[in-house]
Design a protein around this ligand. Structure first.
Ligand code: AMP
Length: 347
């Protein structure tokens, strides 16, 4: 490493984070902050709103979680333990899996400070989530629909005292499915709050949302630490449609030592393809929006742990998932949106 690079390298302490959090990063093995963390955290600690253009893999969860936890600890020490603020921050995510991953990072960073976190996503028993809310968590991570459900139906749950709102993957949160729920949420949370908006792309809708719900935000842009563009090898196979399955099997067999994601257009196709591949002794597992949450998580864990090395998926698995190593992505069907299936760790 060049001498000047070494000098420039900041530590979490340099960013102004309190001792408990510096230790938490250390115990997670995070030696130095990533680019987005270096750029976002000092502004966040000054109380500014943020817009971060960053993808999964860049360390963006830490970039918003650490300043929130810092503020939580500060207000905690000001007010004494008994009055530690509950429902302090809300993080909204477009997918259930991403919400769970975000909550896991909060819990890992907050394990030394008795942090309580609740995950409110669809496909999971609502009663259990109500019990989790009854424990008065500090942080809530959820998908918009289920969150509105709780705001309407869960007694004693309100976000009137909320201090931080995070919109993660905002470009995807802004599609029509979420529009109404997002409006409902913005209407019941205090205007006087901090807002962080993270998005992989800056679309017109994101700009509109930014104007509507952020105050004088600082804009930060950080490429993923995996920096895909230079190393990503892209190829296409021009083949007769009726031999598509044979070609797929051939490629997956040739690349049997690799981890692969195979994208299909429909949920049925994920099941059928995975079934065919498994019968040919390829360790494939399907994941799609039609599966129960428990099954989706199970499939993801099998892929992450290496038990299965081919994940056959619809767009539900295409972005925002923290899958650290994927060697190959196959677009078995042509994606409806050209950017949606680029995985940041492909290289
Ligand atoms: P994210 O972009 O937030 O989804 O994070 C991607 C991965 O990077 C997660 O597995 C984090 O645990 C990890 N990570 C985040 N910040 C750091 C850091 N400063 N050093 C090392 N790993 C990190």
């Amino acid at each position: 490493m060049a001498e000047e690079e070494k000098e420039e390298m900041k530590s979490f302490k340099d960013l102004g984070l309190c001792e408990e959090l510096v230790e938490a990063c250390d115990s997670l093995g995070w030696k130095n902050p990533t680019k987005i963390q270096v750029e976002a955290i000092p502004h966040a600690l000054e109380g500014k709103d943020l817009i971060g253009l960053a993808q999964t893999g860049s360390g963006k969860t830490g970039a918003f979680a650490l300043p929130i936890l810092h503020a939580l600890l500060e207000s905690h020490s000001k007010q004494g333990y008994k009055s530690a603020p509950v429902f302090f921050a809300l993080v909204l995510s477009p997918t259930r899996e991403l919400a769970i991953q975000i909550a896991e990072q909060f819990e890992a960073l907050g394990s030394g400070i008795s942090l309580k976190c609740a995950v409110l996503v669809g496909g999971v028993d609502i009663m259990q989530q109500q019990i989790a809310l009854g424990k008065r968590p500090h942080i809530i991570v959820g998908t918009p629909g289920r969150l509105v459900d709780h705001l309407t139906n869960t007694k004693g749950f309100s976000l009137r005292m909320l201090k931080y709102l995070v919109l993660d993957e905002a470009d995807r949160l802004l599609n029509e499915d979420f529009e109404k729920a997002l409006d409902d949420i913005l209407n019941v949370i205090p205007r006087d709050r901090h807002t962080y908006l993270f998005s992989a792309t800056m679309t017109k809708k994101v700009k509109k949302l930014q104007r509507a719900c952020l105050r004088n935000p600082v804009k930060i842009e950080a490429a993923s630490k995996y920096s895909t563009v230079d190393t990503l090898k892209q190829q296409y196979r021009f083949i007769p449609a009726k031999y598509k399955d044979c070609y797929l099997v051939n490629i997956l067999t040739e690349m049997s030592g690799c981890t692969s994601m195979v994208f299909t257009r429909t949920c049925d196709a994920t099941r059928l393809l995975a079934f065919i591949l498994r019968n040919l002794n390829i360790r494939a597992i399907p994941i799609s929006g039609q599966m129960t949450q428990a099954k989706r998580l199970g499939a993801l864990n099998k892929f992450k742990s290496g038990e299965c090395n081919v994940l056959v998926c619809t767009d539900v698995a295409s972005r925002g998932l923290d899958i650290p190593s994927v060697d190959m992505v196959i677009n078995y069907d042509i994606p409806t949106n050209s950017k949606v299936r680029l995985h940041p760790s492909c290289g």
